[in-house]
Design a protein around this ligand. Structure first.
Ligand code: ATP
Ligand code: MG
Length: 243
């Protein structure tokens, strides 16, 4: 079963074509990654998929619904961990989650126990009453992951989930992602870390200037082109992948 089917997805910002006619298919239970240099169009492509903005052209179906027709129904089934921290700095860790739960009309009785569970899941229970300003960068990433899970999403979209994390926290987040995957959650992520892509993605789409230049499993891509995923990018574009 396909969770995401995009045909000819194109997104322009004024005269700039950020995503250029891409086709994407993501199967239920799969972990799919967008890879590519800064400005390749990864965040933009994701933004269309999670109904943050409509495509300029193309047809994008998520859970069998068109993103331009049923954005609210789609959003209810998706969790998003954004690239940039957009936590409310005036609230505590716990309050951030409680307020977010209200957007999904989760009753207070349910949300208070759910929030505790999620804080335990990302190992932030001790920080429940701490203000956002007093969290480390890695803790904020983990809180954003917890927040993305508040509506128990069937599709979890993660934009650079482990950027800036130390190796221990990075492994902890990978561990959480594997756990979610084993429960049947479909994962769509972007990453600059080749190790992350190789470790957790079933398939990756390598993006360059708005286009997808290769889609396959990391193992197959590296077997065909040799070396690492960086070498695959170099062999396809003639340029090193610099981030
Ligand atoms: N809101 C916006 N308005 C105008 N241009 C934008 C906007 N967002 C992104 N862009 C441009 O669209 C292109 C793709 O950006 P996007 O953020 O999708 O890339 P990315 O692959 O996610 O990059 P990164 O790895 O740096 O996160 C870039 O040229 C960027 O400058
Ligand atoms: Mg991005």
């Amino acid at each position: 079963m396909q969770i995401v089917t995009a045909r000819g997805l194109t997104k322009d910002y004024g005269r700039l074509r950020a995503v250029d006619n891409i086709d994407v298919e993501i199967m239920k239970g799969e972990c799919f990654g967008f890879l590519g240099p800064n400005g390749a169009g990864k965040t933009t492509a994701m933004g269309v998929i999670y109904c943050f903005m409509p495509p300029t052209s193309g047809k994008v179906m998520v859970f069998g619904m068109d993103v331009t027709e049923k954005p609210s129904l789609i959003k209810a089934k998706i969790g998003v961990m954004p690239q940039d921290d957009n936590l409310d700095p005036d609230l505590s860790v716990l309050e951030n989650l409680i307020v977010y739960a209200r957007y999904f009309d989760i009753p207070k009785k349910v949300s208070s126990s759910l929030v505790r569970e999620l804080l335990a899941f990302v190992e932030l229970e001790e920080k429940a009453d701490v203000n956002i300003r007093d969290l480390s960068g890695g803790m904020k990433r983990r809180l954003l992951l917890a927040r993305a899970l508040i509506n128990e999403p069937d599709l979890l979209i993660l934009d650079e989930p482990t950027v800036g994390l130390d190796p221990h926290s990075r492994h902890a987040v990978w561990d959480r992602m594997s756990h979610l995957k084993s429960r049947g959650t479909t994962l769509l992520l972007t990453t600059h870390y080749m190790e992350e892509a190789e470790k957790i993605c079933d398939r990756v789409a390598i993006m360059d200037t708005g286009r997808i230049i290769a889609v396959d499993s990391p193992a197959h891509l590296t077997a065909v082109h040799g070396g690492t995923l960086e070498d695959v990018y170099l062999s396809l574009t003639g340029r090193p992948l610099e981030n």
